[in-house]
Design a protein around this ligand. Structure first.
Ligand code: ZN
Length: 497
């Protein structure tokens, strides 16, 4: 545009000057927009999401979703907050934002790359509030949005193939299908920790389809060939997943278990339901009854879409419905029902994931009569731990207690499992169940820190566990044992007096 204008100018000097001004302007504009697009990594995400109401209409004809979400945030900090930052899928556009009094709020939106993940593009929205949110205050805003879902395979998340299709549609945070408080920075969003909120989702689809969610079905209302399913979360949630297909549903009313399955996998769904029931009985026997259990759901999804777990739901790819070999995944997830919420600001998660891995193998031995499953599992995970230490020396030097802070929670699955295997051999099966069961019964209402877990185990056990926890939770001698391939039996002997 600048050069065209210049051509029409007849006075050369003015033309040169104008060109210079234009160039300067362009340079300024570029650097301003770069400034705008950058600097997110220095931000801190303060607002907490505490409540979410999501109304969704799926328009299969145009392959679009139309959403209205009522988002309630809370400001726990001393500083007043004037803007709400949101991220949404790159092809979803916000059409309006209103406050609690239905008054329009101004907002900006632009498609940006994550600063620390360039392939990941999102629609970044910044809502300006009329009055800042003061300390301890909450604020509800309504966001209307619509558009397309076409997956995120370009980011390397190949399992995110999400799109609107009558065969199968999934609404989930992986594809940013609903607005979430956040900046286009993985680091900043992660540092804010997992959110914990209540939700109510209303999803409207043609009557031939079934809407599946891990929450409690509140209502199902049909009008004019359309049906609206309403689900409310059972436990505080950190994500919302909704899957839509021509699902069949199998139920175990006693244990409040539900399986949403594709029509052709009804037999597999029966096998899954049966395995879940047996696992519930086994763990109840070991750890005592679940406190206010309100059920658990499994939702089948096509192969290649990536399995996911929420607090009361497993979203599981088809393969697990087709072979007994994969039932261990359900043992693992059901073990989390006996989990205690982590109270550390950045939890290591060894008590949940390490234990989950350990219990999945132990349940295989007990339910499937699979002898040696624990030992084999431990060997596989030791090898994986060694490999990770080779690639990243930090893995060797960081004790389990700091995995959260050091962003190494992946290792809680491998080294955490070995920790519980050693503990199991050290104290014996009965005492092991007693430690875990009493820990759950004592802390399931309040949550607990990793230190609480260690102290509780020491208190309950008849074996002196001081040295064991020093080396496995707070120290790194344990890493050396794994790296040097010391057999479990030998490791256990170090703590026997
Ligand atoms: Zn897990």
């Amino acid at each position: 545009m600048g050069s065209k204008t210049n051509k029409t100018n007849q006075v050369g000097k003015i033309s040169v000057r104008l060109t210079l001004v234009c160039v300067l302007l362009i340079v300024c504009l570029i650097s301003v927009s770069q400034l705008q697009a950058q600097g997110f990594s220095d931000k801190e995400l303060i607002l907490k999401t505490i409540d979410y109401k999501l109304d969704l209409k799926i328009d299969y004809e145009n392959e679009k979703i139309l959403g209205n979400c009522q988002l309630t945030v809370f400001n726990p900090s001393e500083q007043p907050i004037r803007h709400i930052p949101l991220t949404l899928y790159r092809l979803l556009k916000v059409t309006s934002v209103k406050d609690g009094q239905r008054v329009d709020l101004s907002f900006t939106q632009q498609v940006l790359s994550f600063e620390d993940w360039e392939q990941l593009q999102v629609n970044y929205i910044e809502v300006s509030l009329k009055n800042p949110i003061q300390q301890g205050e909450r604020k509800t805003i309504s966001i209307q949005y619509q558009g397309y879902l076409l997956g995120y395979s370009e980011t390397g998340m190949r399992y995110v193939k999400d799109r609107v299709d009558e065969e199968f549609t999934i609404i989930r945070p992986d594809c940013k299908a609903y607005p979430e408080v956040g900046y286009p920075s993985w680091k900043v969003n992660r540092a804010a920790g997992l959110q914990s909120f209540n939700y109510l989702v209303n999803v409207t689809v043609p009557e031939s389809l079934v809407v599946a969610n891990g929450g409690k079905l509140v209502s199902r209302v049909s009008t004019n060939g359309l049906v609206t399913y309403s689900y409310r979360n059972i436990k505080p949630a950190w994500r919302i997943d909704v899957a839509i297909a021509q699902y069949g549903i199998l139920e175990d009313k006693v244990n409040m278990l539900r399986v949403f399955h594709f029509q052709e996998d009804k037999e597999g769904a029966r096998m899954v339901l049966d395995a879940m029931r047996k696992t519930m009985e086994l763990f109840t026997d070991w750890f005592g009854p679940l406190r206010d259990s309100q059920g658990f759901a499994v939702i089948e999804i096509p192969e290649g879409y990536g399995s996911q777990t929420d607090v009361t739901c497993i979203i599981q790819t088809r393969s697990a419905f087709q072979s007994k070999e994969q039932l261990y995944q359900f043992y693992h997830e059901i073990s989390h029902l006996w989990g205690v919420e982590a109270r550390d600001p950045l939890p290591s998660r060894f008590e949940s994931e390490g234990l989950g891995m350990f219990l999945q193998y132990l349940a295989q031995e007990k339910l499937e009569n699979k002898k040696g499953a624990l030992e084999k599992g431990a060997q596989r995970l030791s090898a994986s731990f060694r490999q990770k230490c080779q690639k990243n020396p930090k893995c060797r030097e960081v004790p389990i207690i700091d995995y959260g802070k050091e962003m190494l929670t992946d290792l809680s699955y491998s080294k955490g499992m070995i920790l519980f295997y050693v503990l199991y051999k050290l104290v014996g099966e009965d005492e092991f169940f007693k430690i875990m069961g009493t820990f759950y019964q004592k802390y399931n209402q309040t949550g607990a820190t990793s230190d609480d877990f260690v102290n509780h185990a020491k208190e309950v056990s008849s074996v002196d566990l001081t040295k064991f926890f020093e080396e496995w939770v707070y120290g790194t001698e344990s890493s050396e044992y794994i790296i040097n391939e010391i057999p479990i039996e030998e490791i256990v002997k170090k703590y026997r007096w």
